[in-house]
Each structure stands twice: as C-alpha cells, then as structure tokens.
Design a protein around this ligand. Structure first.
Ligand SMILES: [Mg+2]
Length: 268
C-alpha cells in the first residue's frame, strides 16, 4: 500500500506536519467541485466567447496549482481572471465568502451530524487517521497541523473529529490578514522554535503546497492520495500524479499501513 517514489536518507524524525482537508478530514470532501463550478459560472457569464469546458479546464488548473495555500489566493486569481476578461472584480474576500456559503450548503449536514452524534468521527476521517496519530504520539513525536482553510473552521472541525488532543494547540489555519499565515511560515517557525533540522521533519499532505514546502527544507513528504469518496483503500490517480510532480517521496492511499511507514521513517 506504500509506494516509494524516492529512497530517502533515514534521519531521526522529531516533528510531523499534517495538512487537514483531504489528508485527515473529509468533512469538506467535494470542495474542489464547488469552487470550480462557482468560478466557471462567473467567468463564463462574463465572456461566453470561449466554450464552457475550456473555461472550466482553465479554472481547474489554477485551483489545483494553488491548493494548499489559503483559499484567498484562489479568489485573488479569480479577480485577475475577471480583469483579464474586461470585467471589474469585487474584493476577493467577498468571493471567498460567496464560495464558502455554497460549500456550507454541501457540508452543513456533515457538521451538524457530527455535532449531534448522528455520525462517528471515523465516518469523516481518512481510514486509519486516529490510529496513525495515536502511534506518532506514542513514539514521542511533535505533531502540528496547518491548513489553508480559515483557522476558526479548522479548529472547530478538528474538535468534532476528535483530533485536537493530538496537536496540543498547534493547529494553524488561514487568517483574514492573509499575509500573516503560510504553510512555509509555519514550517519555519516550528523548525526554529524546536531547533530542528529540516531532515527531522515529515509531512503528510494531499496538496502541492505542503509537499513543496517540506521538500524545500529537506524534509520527507508523504503524499496522501486518498480517493475521498471511499475514505481510503484506493489511490486517486489524479492526486497521485500531482503529488509526485510536487516532489512526494511516498504515496499512500490512507493511513492503514502507518506502522510500517513510520517504522521505516523513524527507525530505518
Ligand atoms: Mg488538503
């Protein structure tokens, strides 16, 4: 179940970074479709001269490229696309709110279901997440979580999924003052605060950004290419290809083989 892309030097791992949406949490499963529909509608209405599928393809490309960064960057790109088509864009923050309202329609039932006990946390987690986090904690590693979703939502959803206790407050997400947050900044902060070498860091993620940022500092990157509709067990080939292109050292479909992977990474 573990695909090795690069043979990495085994270094003692001390710190582990997790992305949130699509890596651990499936509460926001389907967000890409919601965002791509939202942007395609706006751009195509503005300039119908290009066929709708071509607009959609273009939107898909930049949304994917910016996945893992804060949502606002995707909305800033939308505003630029509007200008390019001769339109006058709104504040990107307004687009972000509109998109979030649409996404909320899709995920409201999931959040409410978790709140009232209709759903168990496992139903909205990638397979093996809780066991993997427990195992890493037992090994004495420091865990931290960084997400491009707004921090208030990440903290709330992590709580609903029973993940808060693993991270001891080190849960970071997007802020309205978006220049004060990036995954790169969080990684730098953790490395310096804990006096770590980049090689002592392992990251798990399903987006470009966390994989690239981790490789830049010399860490090990595990691409979590889960088929989100199944929660695990099968690789999403589209995600896999993009994670490999971003520099992932390993690809996994979920966390069910976490003992083998962490054994290899921490003990060799
Ligand atoms: Mg993600």
């Amino acid at each position: 179940m573990i695909e090795t892309i690069h043979h990495v030097e085994r270094a003692p791992v001390r710190s582990v970074l997790f992305d949130f949406d699509g890596t651990l949490s499936l509460i926001r499963e389907g967000w890409q479709e919601v965002m791509i529909n939202f942007m395609t509608e706006i751009l195509w209405q503005l300039d119908p001269s290009q066929p709708e599928p071509a607009v959609r393809q273009h939107v898909n490309e930049y949304v994917t490229r910016l996945t893992g960064k804060q949502t606002i960057y995707q909305m800033i790109q939308l505003a630029e696309e509007i200008v390019r088509r001769g339109g006058v864009p709104e504040d990107p923050l307004l687009y972000k709110r509109q998109y979030h309202d649409r996404l909320w329609e899709r995920i409201r039932e999931r959040v409410k279901g978790l709140e009232c006990g209709k759903y168990q946390a496992e139903q909205w987690l990638v397979t093996g997440s809780l066991q993997a986090l427990e195992d890493l904690k037992t090994r004495g590693l420091d865990l931290f979580l960084a997400s491009g979703t707004d921090e208030v939502f990440v903290r709330r959803e992590a709580e609903l999924l029973g993940l808060t206790r693993f991270f001891e407050g080190r849960i970071y997400g997007a802020l309205d003052q978006y220049r004060l947050f990036s995954k790169k900044m969080i990684i730098q902060r953790v490395l310096s605060e804990q006096n770590l070498q980049g090689s002592e860091l392992v990251a798990f993620g399903d987006g470009y950004v966390e994989i690239e940022n981790t490789k830049e500092v010399g860490g090990t990157a595990v691409g979590v290419a889960t088929d989100e509709r199944l929660r695990g067990g099968r690789i999403d080939q589209w995600k896999r290809e993009r994670l490999i292109a971003a520099g992932a050292d390993f690809i996994v479909p979920d966390f069910s083989d976490h003992e083998k992977l962490m054994g290899y990474l921490t003990e060799g």
